[in-house]
Design a protein around this ligand. Structure first.
Ligand code: SF4
Length: 400
């Protein structure tokens, strides 16, 4: 997707570049990269309004080794020019193709390091007052922009220097947190392993001591299935379950009208475990991915494990020869045709004509629902609506 972003931007700016192709190209990746290219082009247009042509750097290596030893990154787009009011401006824009984690530009250390690198290399050209940073993450409808004065950015960079030096020298302490999610050291990080295992131990102890006892007490007190959303109070009576006589003959009890609950965990307790589970899950996933890659890609022997082949699908070794052979044998019905995708047809017709002719047939169904923490900036979705935006009550007529 980064290559397609680069290609779209360069060709829109009149440069020549071979169109990149990938087995992962889909209509959706095309739309996602369109959003990035459109944002970049409109930002360039805005800077051009200052009547100074900005310096446009695409996929530029940004060296911030003056802050962190050997530190560098690749800026998807760096614009060096003037803001609309004529003051010097550097704008760093970064494309994020992920949909798992929303990335904000505000106080984003990756963006600030890139911005500091751009300031160090190109600041002398425009003497900027403001450094602007934008993250374009189309799959989460997220375009986030943050800006700092040059003084603020320089002060932040100074505060990073000693920390970066200690990290480079293998000193200091490892602090686990949400930032670990993209850390390449995660599968082999001792702090991360200790945290995940101790979280698991603590949570299970909590469950043993508090939750299961109280859930059990509540069940005993009510003698029925608990689906309450209220917190479970610890019952005063003895909470140990009544012993069951497993040798007694089975007699069908037709009088029992409610199902007696096993020791279920209330939904609030599960919800409170979610942040810890997310951290443990992400650590487990990283360890599995790391060990698998070590074994499969680098030939490392993993004690107690071996490499096997997964299931595979049969394919024609030579499709053209196979088609000829089938037709020679009188089997001609071997092809299927299907409608081109919406984006392909729109590209063929042009946006305006597409909207005139086919606009009324375009439907944008709501995205797949996902459970996210309450502080996620996206608005809460109405999960009572169907794909056409209708609620269950809309689907029924009232019968008088
Ligand atoms: S995984 Fe370890 S090294 Fe990486 S950010 Fe987390 S604590 Fe630091």
């Amino acid at each position: 997707m980064h290559e397609r972003c680069e290609w779209k931007l360069r060709t829109a700016l009149g440069e020549t570049m071979d169109e990149p192709h990938s087995e992962y190209d889909t209509d959706e990746t095309d739309q996602v990269t369109d959003v990035y290219a459109e944002f970049c082009l409109s930002t360039i247009e805005t800077m051009r309004r200052s009547s100074v042509e900005p310096l446009i750097l695409i996929e530029e290596r940004l060296d911030y080794s003056h802050i962190a030893p050997q530190g560098f990154g690749t800026g998807d787009l760096v614009l060096v020019g003037k803001d609309e009011d004529g003051t010097g401006l550097i704008h760093v824009i970064d494309f994020k193709g992920g949909r798992g984690v929303r990335v904000e530009a505000e106080m984003n250390s990756q963006m600030m390091l890139y911005a500091a690198a751009a300031l160090n290399s190109y600041g002398f050209l425009v003497d900027p007052e403001i450094i602007r940073m934008s993250i374009v993450q189309p799959r989460l409808d997220n375009i986030s922009t943050f800006q700092m004065t040059v003084e603020e950015l320089n002060a932040w960079a100074e505060s990073i220097k000693p920390i970066a030096r200690m990290a480079f020298e293998g000193k200091g302490e490892q602090h686990t947190g949400d930032w670990c999610i993209f850390c390449k050291a995660k599968p082999v990080c001792r702090a991360c392993a200790e945290e995940a295992l101790s979280l698991a131990r603590e949570e299970f102890l909590d469950l043993d001591e508090d939750v299961l006892d109280s859930a059990c007490a509540d069940t005993q007190a009510n003698g029925e299935q608990v689906h309450s959303t209220e917190p479970v109070e610890r019952a005063e009576q003895d909470s140990s379950p009544e012993p069951t006589d497993t040798t007694a003959p089975y007699i069908l009890d037709r009088d029992t009208i409610v199902f007696k609950s096993p020791q279920l965990i209330p939904i609030e307790t599960l919800a409170s475990l979610m942040p810890s589970l997310t951290r443990i899950d992400s650590w487990i996933e990283a360890v599995f991915a790391f060990i698998s890659a070590e074994a499969i890609t680098h030939g490392v022997t993993i004690p107690g494990y071996k490499i096997v082949e997964g299931r595979s699908r049969r394919v024609f070794s030579d499709e053209y020869a196979a088609a000829n052979a089938a037709e020679a044998a009188g089997v001609t019905n071997i092809y299927k045709t299907e409608m081109k995708s919406l984006s392909e047809i729109e590209k063929m017709m042009g946006k305006k004509r597409f909207a005139e002719v086919l606009g009324e047939y375009v439907l944008k169904p709501p995205g797949k629902l996902a459970l996210v923490p309450e502080d996620d900036p996206r608005p809460a979705a109405d999960n009572t609506l169907d794909a056409r935006g209708a609620s269950a009550t809309d689907e029924f007529d009232v019968i008088e």
